[in-house]
Design a protein. Structure first.
Length: 291
């Protein structure tokens, strides 16, 4: 009985992605039972079979309340009174493109996944988290500290995640539920390729005259993004494990090369930060020539 109550059950959304799979492997190695939230269980079939019974795939689309409720039901059937030691709100994607060219529907969808998806999961899983005095780990991003142009909608969504985490941390104190934010820098996952393909596809339906306004700038941004330093997603998994397991976790962890710089940039005066970002993106000569 004692052993059962001490079992560590965690639920991870976005388990089929680069950070999600790294987190599954890390947590299973540390003795956790992982409920791997995925839209399509086929995507983690090999991994879940390899790590069975420590990994249990659970279907979830964080944009769909019925799907979230069904995931809660599935997990509850297994954990019963043990409850949930951790909820890792990791599902997310990057909506790329200048704000002028994005449709309102695209921006809403960005918030639907990155922001409302986290709130839905928190609300639905809280009764189970309360039972185990578990923890909530929200995956933000360094763009939550320093908004980046041309991924403005993504940056806005991650800044909202910062605010939600800060509020939840206090609201859930009476139940000793810790809420921790992880702010990764750029990680080597397929998130950027997916963002670029989606952006290229969406641009097809933007009128040519509007698209032309941004053609040069976007090619410069693409070139500078190709040179960005990418970190191994395992370091985010290490931080997730740390945040779940240490007695007194910090409230937030900026993770990876480039993370501290982003935090520092966020504290600089606006115009100075703008200049640094413009230069880092290789836009200074272009902007100067357009004046
Ligand atoms: N990689 C980075 O550089 C980086 C940096 C900072 C923050 N982050 C954050 O880290 C998290 C994971 O990113 P990643 O790099 O691992 O990206 P990834 O490899 O593209 O994985 C994203 C995961 O989110 C899932 N997802 C997307 N929409 C969903 C929805 N509606 N419902 C449920 N799941 C959904 C995807 O599922 P499908 O496989 O079904 O599409 C996938 O499992 C994201 O929140 C991202 O913003 C990443």
């Amino acid at each position: 009985m004692e052993e059962q109550m001490n079992r560590k059950n965690v639920f991870i959304t976005g388990s089929s992605g680069g950070i999600g799979t790294a987190a599954i492997e890390k947590l299973v190695a540390q003795g956790y039972r992982v409920f791997a939230g995925v839209r399509n269980p086929e995507k983690i079939k090999r991994l879940s079979e390899k790590l069975a019974p420590a990994v249990i795939p659970v279907k979830i689309d964080v944009t769909d309340s019925a799907s979230v409720a069904s995931a809660v039901h599935d997990v509850n059937e297994v954990v019963k009174e043990e409850g949930l030691t951790g909820l890792i709100n990791n599902a997310g994607y990057i909506l790329q493109g200048p704000l002028e060219l994005l449709s309102i529907e695209e921006i809403k969808e960005q918030f639907e996944v990155n922001v409302f998806g986290q709130i839905r999961a928190v609300q639905a899983f809280l009764p189970m988290i309360r039972k185990a005095e578990g923890r909530i780990i929200n995956i933000g991003a360094v763009t939550g500290k320093t908004a980046m142009p041309y991924i403005g909608a993504l940056s806005a969504s991650k800044q909202v995640v910062e605010a939600l985490t800060d509020a939840l941390r206090i609201e859930l104190k009476p139940w000793r539920i810790q809420v921790v934010l992880i702010e990764p820098a750029a990680m080597e996952t397929s998130i950027f390729d997916k963002a670029k393909s989606a952006s290229d596809a969406a641009l097809q339906s933007v009128p040519q005259d509007k698209k032309a306004l941004y053609e040069k700038v976007l090619s410069l941004v693409d070139a500078s993004m190709a040179n960005q330093v990418l970190n191994a997603p395992g370091i985010v998994a290490d931080s997730i494990y740390h945040a779940l397991s240490v007695e007194h976790p910090h409230t937030r962890y900026a993770v990876g090369r480039g993370a501290r710089l982003a935090v520092t940039l966020g504290r600089l005066p606006d115009r100075l930060r703008d200049q640094i970002l413009i230069r880092a993106l290789g836009l200074h000569k272009y902007f100067a020539s357009e004046r």
